[in-house]
Design a protein around this ligand. Structure first.
Ligand code: UD1
Ligand code: UDP
Length: 398
């Protein structure tokens, strides 16, 4: 799908103007793949509840991502009320931020929500919260309180989430550790709720469907005789030299005959170009387009080991009992590291290769890291958030 060059406001005709008689509206604003995976289940819960005669969820996608966003909307059956189609190839952070801050106010003006919901730490998250604040509309932040305490890592996400906290009225923290960060920053305790991560609601629902025999649509040829290593990476702080080092490590691992490496490559040109140049054509490495959510969870289920810098994958893999090596020096998700399922390896090729070989050749250590853990949630986060929103808006519960 190609996106329009100029941001456009679509779907406005289908949404009636707000009147005193219409239900209270909550506006969900999201724009990238992980935000969609973590908010679409909440859209479903908000839409399904029997008190929705009093509450109307409205969805605005910014289109910060395009193909990678549309894949998720389709799987969860979410049809946005507004699509701002913001994405442009190779967009810079200032350009993206400026376009978002121009495009969001007319949506807020049209919808007149009682509450705006944003998720995570992307530029859409920050701009959604800021635009709502400028319009005088309270903000609920899903996955609040993650911190590395290093504004350069992850960049710009650590700054985005700190700023989002300052703009937020209702803070939904996935873990008690995240809630503690907020408390230490002076956020009023009554405005914080520990809910679990909505991404775990998503991955457990998909896992259950796959275990019940649903065909995922995964078409990558996998060799059952070899150990599958799944790789994903996209962090801005690794662009350039960091990606060269990651690729060198993956090429070295691929020289082993007993492994098969599958890497669904992020569409950011700063990722695509080096990965393509350095790894395309290696007989033991399959580079593929980003996968839809169902086949990607299926691929993770079949993996021996996952090597990634993704936040969402770090949360999902422990629920699937898969060891993860994280291609970063810091993580805002220490719970799985403490549980022993996730290990930080940075971008040094020697360290990435050594830690991978240790797990490939040491079955006892592998078994220990493969225990299933759910430090990020129990699959009920969306229900808790929905209840909290209803209570905040004084909407009667059934
Ligand atoms: C963004 C978020 C990051 C999040 C990541 C999840 C910011 C600054 N970054 O990073 O926090 O972890 O998404 O994946 O908010 N592109 C496409 N098609 C797509 C998506 C991206 O072609 O569906 C290409 C475009 O050229 C686009 C570029 O990738 O300009 C960068 O996209 P952008 O959203 O700015 O940054 P990400 O690296 O995707
Ligand atoms: N994911 C996906 N297809 C892929 C790779 C990842 O659906 O090819 C999912 C993954 O399961 C997780 C989310 O995308 O839920 C993570 O997105 P990403 O790594 O882009 O962003 P982050 O979580 O780091 O912000």
């Amino acid at each position: 799908m190609t996106s329009p060059k100029v941001a456009s406001l679509t779907g406005t005709n289908s949404l009636p103007n707000k009147t005193a008689a219409t239900p209270k509206r909550v506006l969900l604003i999201f724009g990238t793949r992980p935000e969609a995976i973590k908010l679409c289940p909440l859209v479903g819960t908000l839409r399904n509840i029997s008190f929705n005669v009093h509450l109307e969820p409205v969805v605005c996608v910014t289109g910060q991502h395009r193909e990678m966003l549309d894949q998720v909307l389709e799987i969860f059956g979410v049809r946005p009320d507004f699509d701002l189609a913001i994405m442009q190839q190779g967009q810079t952070l200032p350009e993206l931020t400026a376009r978002l801050l121009q495009a969001l106010p007319p949506v807020l003006e049209k919808v007149q929500p009682s509450l705006t919901i944003v998720q995570g730490d992307t530029t859409t998250t920050l701009c959604g919260a800021l635009a709502a604040f400028y319009a005088g509309i309270p903000v609920a932040h899903v996955e609040a309180g993650l911190r590395t305490f290093n504004f350069r890592s992850p960049f710009p996400e650590e700054m985005n989430r700190v700023l989002a906290t300052r703009l937020t009225t209702l803070h939904f923290a996935a873990t008690s550790g995240a809630a503690d960060h907020l408390l230490r920053e002076g956020v009023p305790p009554a405005s914080i709720q520990v809910t679990g991560n909505t991404g775990i609601d998503a991955v457990l629902a998909v896992r259950d469907r796959l275990e019940a025999g649903t065909h995922s649509g995964l078409t990558v040829p996998l060799d059952p005789a070899r150990k599958l290593i799944v790789v994903t990476a996209h962090r801005r702080e690794s662009f350039g030299h960091g990606f060269e080092k990651i690729c060198r490590a993956i090429a070295q691992l691929a020289d082993r005959a007993d492994v098969q490496i599958v890497w669904p490559v992020h569409r950011n040109p700063n990722v695509l170009k080096p990965v393509d140049a350095l790894l395309r054509g290696h007989p033991n490495i399959t580079l593929i387009d980003p996968l839809e959510y169902l086949p990607f969870v299926d691929l993770m289920r079949r993996a021996y080991l996952i090597i990634t810098d993704s936040g969402g994958v770090q949360e999902e893999a422990p629920s699937l009992g898969k060891p993860v090596l994280v291609l970063r020096d810091t993580t805002e998700r220490p719970e799985a590291v403490a549980a022993g399922t996730v290990r930080l390896v940075g971008t040094d090729p020697a360290k990435i290769v050594a830690e991978s070989l240790y797990l490939l050749d040491n079955p006892a250590e592998y078994r220990r890291m493969s225990e299933v853990h759910n430090p990020y949630g129990d699959g009920q986060a969306c229900g808790r958030i929905t209840q909290a929103i209803a209570s905040h808006l004084s909407i009667p519960l059934p």
